[in-house]
Ligand binder design. Sequence first.
Ligand code: NAD
Ligand code: DAU
Length: 334
Amino acid sequence: TMAPMRLLVTGGAGFIGSNFVRQALDALDCQVDVLDALTYAGDRSSLAEVEHRINFVHGSVTDAAIVDELVRQADTVVHFAAESHNDNSVVDPSPFVQTNLIGTFNILESVRRHDKRLHHISTDEVFGDLELDEERRFTEESAFDPSSPYSSTKAGSDLMVRGWIRSFGVRATISHCSNNYGPFHHIEKFIPRQITNVIDGVRPKVYGSGQNVRDWIHVHDHNTAVNAILERGRIGQTYLIGAECELNNIVVVQEILRLMGRPDDWFDMVGDRPGHDLRYAIDSSKLQAELGWKPQYLNFRDGLAQTIEWYQQNESWWRPKKEATEAKYREMGR
Ligand code: NAD
Ligand code: DAU
């Protein structure tokens, strides 16, 4: 019998990484090491359910020695660790350069040295933004055109992965997913910020015109796609992940308000984010045709209702983060 696959998951205490770890332990015969720096965005309690089944290492991807030791022991690396929030990146880009660029460089050098399989997690934001009325959606062929320190450092990390694949034959795949939502999402992000505001009796805050469009996908569906790529993806390939759910921010806030029993106009318009991307839209036909992947959450309202319920029932998870998060936004004037 074959030994179980040993997976190294970076950023496994974050929103998407922790969901991936839970799902991987269910779906795959695997042993899991998590490497996470536990920044403001990481929370070990997000892994409480599987704590006894994983090896958790508190450390940074910027530490080449720790990375190398863990990669050496692994069969496959799934690289989620990143500074992930655009608003923070326009206040201080420095940790974005360290984690997203230097961190990914360290991962690449170690998988090259030890000849290990890598899946690199990226975002649709590297392609820049679309006009509201444009027919075009992002595909695997779209050019990079990032707008923020967050998306440009993610784009830089993706370009390095491509270069390491071509020049060194590193066995890597890359995925670009659209906006995720679901349980354990940090409350600095749009949807959980507004849900927890409404719980607190505070009106939601919508940036700029509120017309900005995001293409929403449930975090569970993002990770079933990552699993499909790990199992059946072609080495060297890039896959876009999305679930065809484009909505503007006002529509999303009004869904939250309706589900939480508040009037439709119970929100405030606030200042805009610098460089704010207008619209993202993903064409995931390659993933669907090649790997037979399909999203399971087909109704945004149901997924959102379930997410709201999770925040209502898990206040002890988010409450300790709320004051510091809102203090950061007050500094930004949003
Ligand atoms: P998150 O901010 O919730 O989690 C990031 C995790 O990485 C945290 O646990 C944090 O402690 C950890 N981390 C940060 N710096 C680190 C370092 N130097 N070393 C080790 N760990 C470190 O982010 P998320 O939303 O879960 O995003 C995960 C990945 O998915 C990122 O690469 C992001 O670019 C990508 N992504 C996110 C979305 C989305 O909608 N959230 C969509 C597409 C792609
Ligand atoms: O597209 C994928 C990306 O989605 C990921 O790569 C990023 O890691 C992730 O943070 C997310 O980026 P966005 O900038 O799209 O997400 P955010 O939740 O910050 O904002 C979503 C939209 O809501 C965006 O148009 C800005 C707006 N917004 C955000 C906040 C926090 C508001 O209107 N009000 C708010 O309070």
